[in-house]
Design a protein around this ligand. Structure first.
Ligand SMILES: [Cu+2]
Length: 472
């Protein structure tokens, strides 16, 4: 895989290459169907033929190759920051155009995988003779990674940085969780579009965006003339850049609609749960896992994660308790939810083991889960976030871009630098409002995409700590 810098340089030299002929879009294009409908339609053959043809063509500078799209995503996609949804919408649009060109089928549209209806990987992706197959997947069911959090009536704003915004919630849950639970290429941001399931997963994420806006009840995004939409998106040197303004009219974007534009209202029946994921059942309160370590506030400890769920005990002195209470009382909720909020879990020097890189799992990170038999709030009240191979890749990508060094994006070659992940704690403490506050217990609850997850170490955290700013 080429580095971001080399990619940008090659963009300059390729600027003289004429743009490929584009399929003219009819005004009536087109309704994206569910996978269940799509697989019985003639388009299914066009799709698999196009996938096979593109995979067989090895020229990363040419959008007729599968690798072109993998590289564009690895170099240019915004994750964990603004325009996550809008950039990927254009990415799907351009890729879909290419599928039509390659297949010669001008009616082909991407289908979506609605895992809220069926969380099992569609059968066609598991057939070793199909171009949709990959042998590196670790999970075949994403049910344990689904939540309804993003569809709450309280999330009426759209963009990152606003309180109660949709985009920063739908990205981790379900988007990241699905990437992690499938594993293989899907759990690496650098190469995830290698797996054909990427495209039907992202079509579903795009559909959820359409459904969110269509659900109304005050849900709104910046209007078309808002400065938020100024600027453009890039999709590599061979594809014309696209103005952001086209994102304003979501339900009829470029003529696309989905055959189901309603938000999920329930989670799929739990036909499948692993030993360790019963705690991720919708609405169920996870049982606090046993503590394996103790770390005083502000003191960093190494922590290794494996197939088990674990907790770290953080005993608080009277002075520490004052600091945490002060943060809970005096911080507004927008600040409390920020990454660098006044109380935070800091995971530094985070590295994937060889097993961990393969994905198929993630860990929900909670604060002060009730003990066995303890009643409490809804599970999501305790949730700080999650960590898996996908989040670690995103953190490293963001760090390398912020640092300006733009090292090679090949995660497998970049073992040198550990990632840093920070989870705000103050907001969750305000939700659960513990009456006693003599300790914080940070729990890592393992979630798997397979009935038989591999045992062994996945993530090595060089320095785990809980930090609290001095009393305000
Ligand atoms: Cu992406």
């Amino acid at each position: 895989m080429i580095s971001r810098r080399r990619f940008l340089q090659s963009s300059v030299s390729l600027a003289l290459v004429p743009l490929l002929p584009r399929v003219a879009l009819s005004a009536t294009l087109s309704i994206r169907p569910s996978w269940e409908v799509f697989r019985l339609s003639p388009s299914f053959v066009s799709f698999t033929t196009a996938v096979k043809t593109m995979k067989a063509y090895i020229n990363t500078a040419d959008p007729n190759s599968w690798a072109y799209w993998v590289n564009v995503h690895g170099q240019l996609c915004p994750h964990g920051k603004a325009y996550f949804l809008a950039w990927h919408r254009g990415f799907l649009y351009n890729f879909e155009n290419q599928l039509r060109l390659v297949s010669g089928d001008p009616t082909l549209v991407l289908p979506y995988w609605n895992y809220y209806d069926n969380p099992a990987l569609p059968y066609e992706f598991l057939d070793p003779t199909s171009p949709l197959y990959r042998g590196d997947r670790k999970g075949t069911n994403v049910g344990s990674g689904l939540t309804l959090d993003a569809f709450s009536d309280t999330l009426t704003a759209f963009q990152r940085g606003k309180p109660n915004a949709f985009e920063p919630v739908v990205e981790p849950r379900p988007h990241n969780n699905v990437h992690n639970l499938i594993g293989g290429a899907m759990s690496s941001i650098a190469i995830s579009p290698r797996d054909p399931i990427f495209w039907v997963h992202h079509a579903n994420i795009d559909r959820l965006w359409v459904a969110w806006l269509a659900a109304g009840d005050g849900r709104s995004q910046p209007p078309i003339n808002n400065s938020y939409w100024s600027g453009s998106f890039q999709y590599g040197s061979a594809i014309a850049s696209m103005r952001r303004t086209w994102t304003a009219s979501t339900s009829t974007y470029l003529g696309y609609q989905y055959d189901n534009q309603t938000l999920p209202t329930s989670l799929p029946p739990s036909g499948y749960l692993t030993r360790t994921t019963s705690s991720s059942l919708a609405g169920a309160i996870p049982v606090r896992p046993a503590s394996v370590q103790s770390a005083p506030l502000g003191v960093a400890r190494p922590l290794v994660l494996d197939e088990r769920s674990v907790s770290v005990d953080v005993p608080l002195t009277a002075q520490d308790t004052d600091r945490v209470r002060s943060a809970m009382l005096k911080t507004d909720s927008a600040t409390a939810a920020q990454e660098g909020g006044p109380v935070r879990v800091v995971l530094d020097d985070v590295r994937l083991t060889g097993l961990g890189e393969k994905g198929g799992y993630f860990y929900n990170v909670y604060v002060n889960l009730p003990g066995p038999g303890g009643a409490g709030n809804p599970a999501q009240a305790y949730l700080l976030g999650s960590v898996g191979a996908f989040e670690i890749g995103v953190a490293r990508m963001k760090a390398s871009m912020a640092g300006g060094s733009m090292p090679g994006m090949d995660m497998h070659a970049a073992h040198g630098s550990g990632a840093r992940l920070v989870f705000p704690v103050t907001d969750a403490l305000r939700r659960i409002w513990p009456t006693r506050l003599d300790r914080l217990v940070i729990s890592f609850v393992r979630v798997d995409g397979s009935r038989q997850p591999t045992r062994g170490q996945t993530i090595r955290i060089g320095a785990f700590s809980v930090e609290a700013d001095p009393s305000i």
